[in-house]
Ligand binder design. Structure first.
Ligand code: ZN
Length: 382
C-alpha cells in the first residue's frame, strides 16, 4: 500500500512538473534513440577501410556507431513523416548488441586505390574488390565505407543483388568532426562557445552526406526542387532536425517521391515477396518529338511492366541550368503496367544544342530496381 502511495505520488509529481514545464529533460535538442538489431535479412554493412600507409583512428567504432545512430533516425523519421510505414534501417550487430564495423586493413597504399590521376570508378572498384575479399560478398548487404584512401562521397547501387557501395571520407571518424557520444555529437552540430560555426558545419555535412549517399543505394536520385531536400544539399543543415522546436517544421527532409522510393526498398519495406527477384522491365523510355531551343517542356513516352506490380517511378533531368532536378514522379500503386505519354516540365527553358539527359528509376512492390537513361540534345539554332 505504501508502495502504491509512493507510486501514485511519483506519477502526480511527474504530471505536476509537466504542467509547470519542469521536465527533467529540458535540453533544446533531440537525442536519436540507440541502434538495435531488427533481425532483418537486408542490412547495411559498415566498413572502415585503411590503406597500408594510413593509421587506424582511435574510437572508430564509437564514432561510426554515433554517425549511424543519426542516419538511422533520419530515415525512420522522414519515411514516416511522408506517410510510409517502416521499422527503420538495420545493421550488423555482434553478440553484445554493438554495431559491427568491419576494419579492413588494406593491402596497398592510398595511391593504389585513388589511381593517379584520381579516378572514381577505379576508386570504387578497388575498394569493393578488397572489401569483398575480406568481409564476404555483399548480397543483401549494401556497404557504407569510411575510407582513409581519399576524400570522396560517392554511391553506386548494385540492385540485382540488393546491394551497393557508398563511400565517404574517414575524416568523419576524427575527433574534430564526430563525437564518441551521441549527446556530444548533437551538440557538435550547433555553434556555441565551444564549437565554431565552421566546425558545426563540417560535423553536420559529414554526418548528413552519409544519409544522402545511402539514399542513392535505395533508388533515390537528386532533387533540387527544395533546398531542404536531403537529396540536394539539405543535409548541410542536419543539426536543425535535432532542435526540438525547429524539427517540427521538417527543416531537413526527403521529398515524398524519394521517401516512397526508399520505402519500397527491401531495407525499409516491412512486407514484400522475397521470391520476386524480377526487376521492372522498362520497355520504352524515349523522347517522341524533336526538342527546340526555347522549349520548356519535353514529351516523353514511358512504358513499364512488372510481373508483380509497380511501386514507385521517378524521373530526373540532369543538367539544364539547374543540376539534377526531379521532374516527374508516379505512384502506380501495384499496377502491372505503366503506359503513359508524360509532359516533362523543365526547370529552365532549353537552349539550342544543350544536352538533354533524363534518368528514370523504377521500383516494384518487392524492392527490385531498374534504371534507364535518355541521352538527347536540343536542336541547333537554324
Ligand atoms: Zn548524390
Amino acid at each position: 500500500m505504501l508502495r502504491l502511495a509512493i507510486a501514485f505520488c511519483t506519477v502526480f509529481l511527474l504530471q505536476l512538473s509537466h504542467l509547470f514545464g519542469m521536465e527533467k529533460n529540458d535540453s533544446p535538442y533531440i537525442i536519436p534513440p540507440p541502434l538495435k538489431n531488427l533481425d532483418k535479412k537486408y542490412k547495411l554493412r559498415i566498413v572502415y577501410f585503411v590503406p597500408s600507409d594510413k593509421k587506424v583512428k582511435k574510437d572508430y567504432r564509437q564514432k561510426a556507431s554515433v554517425l549511424m545512430r543519426v542516419v538511422s533516425d533520419v530515415y525512420k523519421r522522414e519515411i514516416k513523416a511522408n506517410g510510409f510505414h517502416t521499422k527503420g534501417l538495420d545493421f550488423e550487430f555482434d553478440q553484445n548488441g554493438q554495431i559491427i564495423v568491419h576494419l579492413v586493413n588494406a593491402e596497398n597504399k592510398s595511391s593504389f586505390y585513388t589511381g593517379s590521376p584520381f579516378n572514381i570508378d577505379h576508386f570504387l572498384n578497388s575498394h569493393q574488390q578488397e572489401i569483398w575479399e575480406k568481409t564476404g560478398f555483399s548480397r543483401n548487404r549494401p556497404t557504407l565505407v569510411f575510407s582513409e584512401a581519399g576524400a570522396v562521397a560517392e554511391a553506386r547501387p548494385i540492385p540485382q543483388v540488393y546491394s551497393g557501395l557508398a563511400c565517404v571520407s574517414a575524416d568523419a571518424l576524427s575527433d574534430v568532426v564526430t563525437a564518441s557520444k551521441i549527446e556530444d555529437q548533437i551538440k557538435k552540430f550547433h555553434a556555441s562557445e565551444d564549437i565554431t560555426a565552421k566546425a558545426a558545419s563540417i560535423s553536420q555535412t559529414s554526418n548528413g552526406v552519409i544519409v544522402h549517399e545511402i539514399g542513392h543505394i535505395f533508388g533515390m536520385l537528386h532533387d533540387t526542387k527544395d533546398p531542404r531536400n536531403i537529396m540536394m544539399r539539405g543535409y548541410d543543415n542536419l543539426g536543425k532536425m535535432y532542435q526540438r522546436e525547429e524539427s517540427k517544421n521538417r527543416p531537413v527532409r526527403f521529398s515524398k517521391a524519394h521517401a516512397r522510393m526508399a520505402s519500397y526498398s527491401r531495407f525499409l519495406n516491412e512486407a514484400f515477396d522475397e521470391a520476386d527477384a524480377e526487376a521492372p522491365n522498362i520497355e520504352k523510355f524515349g523522347i517522341e518529338s524533336s526538342i527546340n531551343g526555347g522549349d520548356s517542356s519535353i514529351n516523353i513516352s514511358v512504358r513499364i511492366r512488372d510481373n508483380k506490380g509497380l511501386g514507385s517511378i521517378i524521373i530526373m533531368q540532369r543538367g539544364g541550368g539547374q543540376i539534377d532536378a526531379l521532374v516527374a514522379d508516379f505512384s502506380p500503386d501495384g499496377e502491372a503496367v505503366f503506359d503513359k505519354n508524360v509532359s516533362i516540365k523543365c526547370p529552365k527553358p532549353l537552349v539550342p544544342n544543350q544536352p538533354v539527359i533524363m534518368i528514370i528509376n523504377v521500383m516494384d512492390l518487392n524492392g527490385n530496381l531498374s534504371q534507364s537513361t535518355i541521352h538527347s540534345q536540343v536542336k541547333p539554332k537554324e
